[in-house]
Design a protein around this ligand. Structure first.
Ligand SMILES: Cc1ncc(COP(=O)(O)O)c(C=O)c1O
Length: 386
């Protein structure tokens, strides 16, 4: 089999083997419903509560403040729709993931006013712009912690302070931050924070919303009184156990300096490519970034072609652009940073995971120059510039 290198960890990460082993018994013999009063049910309940402690520890929260969800999108939706009502005002940013952006659009249809704060060319939202957008009827600020395309970290602590001062709720989508940079909900001063297991080597389809104690949230899903009435439905037992294990392993990884080593690997990749391929730029280079993400603009190429050519070489990367209805729209994140449509379409996201090695980085470094050169040979725009 061809040696496959996976550098698309912001899309999803592989399960760590330890996570899989932690989940296995809960898919087989210990399959109980955590609401059942018999022994199997009680075992399941104990496992869910142990995982809740592990996720809480990763976020600096109390276990009672963790609501398990079906992933990042659900957490973001619960934060938005659980708090906001027609007539309210919400502040968000132009950089958000569609889980928040399209949620905000739906809120607008419901009679909520939404202000979208822009970012600078570095991909970072300015706290003063958030402050300037405040209105007397502002109920919620929702600004992400780390951007999924550029990796740029947002000034969430400053925004949290602004929200507190104005007595407004603050939600942050930390789906791309969790397990990559340390998170402390008290330092951030947020009321709500979204995480997803599959971006940190846990399973897909499970996540959590941190909900600060005494925050009254309307549930999205109604039914039984699971998750203290905040999210109805039988808990995803094996998924939650895997999430807890992944969270516990992330805590250990930070204590062993894993984030520093990952940043070294990312820098080796970034510098290697920029040295070997002229006409290359790092998007959001001036911003503080998560240690695993490198978004590179290659002048004169189409990102889609690059992704396909790399895939043929056994290497998975991604464009910053989302593909909608057959047409490749340039990424809303990169255009918000001031890139032209062509620049955004020529940008590629390399995102590392804990399984990646220096050997893999070196293999990618040997392949990228040739792939870019081939694509440029076919590019009239590049030829015209020479
Ligand atoms: C920043 C961000 N928020 C939310 C989501 C949605 O998470 P999920 O796919 O778990 O629903 C993603 C997924 O890519 C993301 O990157």
């Amino acid at each position: 089999m061809m040696w496959r290198i996976y550098f698309d960890n912001n899309a999803t990460t592989p399960l760590l083997p330890e996570v899989f082993e932690a989940m296995r018994p809960y898919l087989l013999e210990s399959f109980g419903n955590a609401s059942s009063i018999h022994q199997r049910g009680q075992q399941a309940r104990a496992a869910v509560e142990a995982a809740r402690e592990q996720v809480a520890e990763l976020l600096g929260a109390r276990a009672s403040e963790i609501v398990f969800t079906g992933g990042g999108t659900e957490g973001d939706n619960l934060a938005l729709f659980g708090l906001v009502e027609p007539g309210d005002h919400v502040i968000s940013s132009t950089l958000e993931h569609h889980a928040v952006l399209n949620g905000c659009k739906r809120l607008e249809e419901m009679g909520v006013a939404v202000s979208y704060v822009p970012c600078g060319s570095d991909g970072v939202v300015r706290p003063e712009a958030v402050r300037a957008a405040l209105r007397p009827e502002t109920r919620l600020i929702s600004v992400m912690m780390a951007n999924n395309e550029s990796g740029a970290l947002q000034p969430v602590e400053e925004i949290g302070a602004i929200a507190r001062e104005a007595d407004v709720y603050f939600h942050t989508d930390a789906v791309q931050a969790a397990g990559k940079v340390p998170i402390d909900v008290e330092r951030i001063g947020c009321d709500l924070l979204t995480v997803a297991a599959h971006k940190m080597h846990g399973p897909q389809g499970v996540g959590a919303l941190y909900v600060r104690r005494s925050t009254r949230l309307r549930p999205l899903l109604v039914g039984g009184r699971h998750e203290r009435g905040r999210r109805a439905g039988t808990e995803n037992l094996a998924g939650i156990v895997g999430f807890g294990k992944a969270a516990g392993m992330a805590v250990e990884w930070f204590s062993e300096g894993g984030d520093v080593l990952m940043a070294d690997l990312r820098d080796r990749l970034e510098q290697g490519i920029c040295c070997a391929v002229r006409g290359t730029r790092v998007n959001a280079a001036a911003a503080p970034r998560v240690p695993n993400t490198s978004n590179l603009l290659f002048e004169g190429i189409e990102g889609e072609g690059f992704v396909i050519a790399m895939d043929l070489k056994g290497i998975s990367v991604s464009t910053g652009a989302a593909c909608s209805s057959g047409a490749t729209e340039p990424s809303h994140v990169l255009t918000a940073m001031g890139l032209s449509g062509d620049e955004a379409r020529g940008s590629i996201r390399f995102s590392l995971g804990k399984q990646n090695t220096a050997e893999e980085v070196d293999e990618v470094l040997t392949q990228v120059p040739g792939v870019v050169a081939k694509l440029r040979e076919l590019s009239p725009a590049w030829a015209a510039r020479q």
